[in-house]
Write a protein that binds this ligand. Sequence first.
Ligand code: PMT
Length: 433
Amino acid sequence: MKRLANKRILLGITGSIAAYKAGEIIRRLRDANADVRVVMTQGATEFVTPLTFQALSGNPVHQHLLDNDAEAAMGHIELARWADVILVAPASADFISRLCLGRANDLLGALCLASHVPLALAPAMNQQMWKDPATQTNVQTLRSRGVLLFGPDSGEQACGEVGEGRLMQPHALIDALADVFATGSLTGQTVLITAGPTREAIDPVRYLSNHSSGKMGYALATAAMEAGAEVILISGPVDKSLLVPHSVKTIHVTTAEQMLEQTQALAHKADILIAAAAVADYRPVLANSEKIKKSTESMMLQLQRNPDILATVKRQSPWLFSVGFAAETENLELHARQKLKDKGVEMIVANWVGHAATETQGTFGSDDNALKLFWDGGELELGVSSKARLARELVVLIASQYDNAIQSGRLNKEQREVENVVQLRSHSHDKKN
Ligand code: PMT
């Protein structure tokens, strides 16, 4: 179940006899390499002790809304921001009813209100309680608000009755949960993504670079893959522990010139380019062949401009729906809008970096970020959240803007086909000569 790998699952457990089955759900989620945090309602603790789920999830179980210790460790708003998805399994009739009313009188209710990630409920209750018009009306209301319903299954119940109301089987629940991450919004498209820093050699042991970890670009590669795209990632030197799914073709480069060369070579295959790499704007005019000795008190390093990869590729391949990033320490909006114009791209994704990024705890290397998106005639702010979640939200927006651009004729994919034929012809001509 690769789709759940590294996903942050907030599992809510409510007061139902099926609460014991949550242990199996947690085990399967961990087998799928998901990160699981458990929140139990008071009712759930009557059936199973929090210690059981703490041992199974490997994390402390959250229970109380107004708990000083828990708030100091990971407060309820932080927990709501942390999650990629909330699954409540089992969801009791009482919890469903409270959720419907928007009650925040316990931790789980408050978290569901405070979070805007997908929320899925796996109901479990007596068949008559499930059939009751009050429950059915609540379920319809929640569905109309976009809440996902997994199950319930039908069959023999703990109370001896037979009917609908059993908790969905854990393996089926896990499959349904994984499907939440498969949006399909980029099915059939090829997405080229640049990520990480570049390094520009000063001598064999030193280089110019920046603090980019590659996390934002890699999260975008995963999100685009989950949205059904064929993804090609051109990665600068990032930490080896950073992983992308096997189906993402990854090309490793070091310098800006190498990144440009690879991006140009692959542009004809792509429909969308997302430039998340933090490319070094300058490189030393000369990279010393031997280690520079510290013989003087000061030294001059002469630098020359690196090519602008994004602007160059967009100019050469105008059919490519191109998304640039803007990493700023001041005047975010002003600079982002300027980059939108100067680089001739369809969208700019701006984020604060350096000292200005304290609210996002640093951006560079951090698991979280906050983004502001600009395009011709629109803008959107995505508040502080995990890079994984932001990447998914960004991909949804890129997919819809891409569709608009194709439908309105602003992007002409036929141009790419013509360009490809011209290139093929010139290659075969070169070979003959
Ligand atoms: O990698 P992380 O630690 O997760 O951090 C994420 C990030 C901060 C690196 C990322 O979110 C980000 O902002 N990436 C772009 C960083 C950057 O170089 O911004 P810029 O404003 O200098 O460049 C504007 C755009 O032009 C970017 O899309 C960049 O890829 C591109 N560019 C810049 C210079 C250059 N020579 N060629 C380019 O293509």
